[in-house]
Design a protein around this ligand. Structure first.
Ligand SMILES: *[C@@H]1O[C@H](CO)[C@@H](O)[C@H](O)[C@H]1NC(C)=O
Ligand SMILES: *[C@@H]1O[C@H](CO)[C@@H](O)[C@H](O)[C@H]1NC(C)=O
Ligand SMILES: *[C@@H]1O[C@H](CO)[C@@H](O)[C@H](O)[C@H]1NC(C)=O
Ligand SMILES: *[C@@H]1O[C@H](CO)[C@@H](O)[C@H](O)[C@H]1NC(C)=O
Length: 272
């Protein structure tokens, strides 16, 4: 799979301009001083609205893949779908849920997070610096082969798309779906003052998690606590989402040979 793993670098060679965001993660590890959303936003060529609509029509339920969005009695339940899980490139699971705030990892003392853990599943991530999302632990365990950890995902929130990694799982009783890091949640909903005890309650956030080793953010871009190179996260995210959108007929193309001619690697939306 050397060829596939090299695609993001090829894309960068072709399209990379002055967009490189390699960072010292420590400098961004602050509640209100995290990386700007433009560092992990989808490129302007990505058909975000069409993908969101397509996600809403997914109908093949993952066995045992239905979870409540919170722990209250009678909570709304959400089902993970596998309609997109068998594509050659851009294969993904998808669901639509709310967004609770997770601070597990080195920022577990974040505001109002009473039950934070100092580790995440694959390290001790910095929730202020890393845009990560959380999946139910049972799902992660059942599909560990497809989801080895640090898989890239695309989150569509409030009309915008951001890339993150599968960094943690929820092991509450019952296990709950719809959760993302402090950084991801507060970037999605910047006006809502979200914190460890105040999430985005409406189940209107689309989560697309890419499967397989080719979707794992490499150690050149992520260490145990920090994203160290957001350019790699963005270019891989754009490539995966573009492949998915091609498979769904939402953009032109559809064969791997066309990947390099798409605008995947294009400028992120928003300023710096
Ligand atoms: C991870 O990278 C950051 C720089 O972004 C560095 O400060 C930190 O020491 C690294 N951590 C590990 C465990 O390598
Ligand atoms: C993390 O939490 C565990 C369990 O509470 C504790 O044993 C461990 O010492 C903590 N590690 C760090 C680095 O704080
Ligand atoms: C994914 O990578 C892991 C670790 O390198 C390896 O054990 C596994 O076989 C790989 N899976 C596939 C499907 O290639
Ligand atoms: C970050 O990744 C980009 C794209 O692969 C690369 O061009 C750049 O050299 C990387 N930066 C560092 C400091 O490794």
């Amino acid at each position: 799979m050397i060829y596939s793993r090299s695609i993001p670098f090829v894309l960068f060679a072709l399209f990379g301009t002055g967009l490189t965001q390699s960072v010292n993660g420590f400098n961004f590890n602050k509640p209100t001083g995290g990386p700007p959303g433009s560092y992990f936003a989808a490129g302007s060529s990505i058909p975000v609205t069409a993908l969101q609509s397509a996600a809403a029509t997914a109908s093949t339920a993952v066995p045992d893949g239905t979870y409540p969005i919170n722990r209250e009695n009678g909570a709304q339940e959400v089902t993970i779908h596998s309609d997109w899980a068998n594509f050659n490139q851009g294969a993904a699971y998808v669901w639509i849920a709310d967004m609770d705030v997770d601070c597990d990892g080195i920022d577990y003392m974040c505001k109002e997070d009473a039950d934070g853990l100092n580790q995440t599943n694959f390290g001790a991530l910095a929730a202020y610096e890393v845009p990560f999302f959380v999946i139910p632990d049972r799902f992660g365990t059942q599909y560990a082969k497809q989801l080895p950890g640090n898989n890239i995902g695309a989150v569509i929130c409030d009309g915008k798309m951001f890339y993150g990694v599968y960094g943690d799982s929820n092991g509450a009783t019952p296990q709950v779906i719809g959760e993302a890091s402090w950084l991801m949640a507060r970037t999605c909903f910047p006006n809502d003052n979200l914190n460890g005890n105040n999430g985005h309650g409406d189940a209107d956030v689309t989560y697309i998690i890419f499967t397989g080793n080719n979707s794992v953010l490499p150690s050149s871009a992520l260490n145990t606590s920090y994203v160290t190179n957001f350019s790699i996260l963005r270019s891989m995210g754009d490539r995966l989402v573009t492949s998915l959108a091609q498979n769904l007929g939402l953009v032109n193309g559809g064969s791997s040979s066309s990947i390099a001619t798409t605008t995947a690697g294009s400028s992120p939306t928003g300023g710096f």
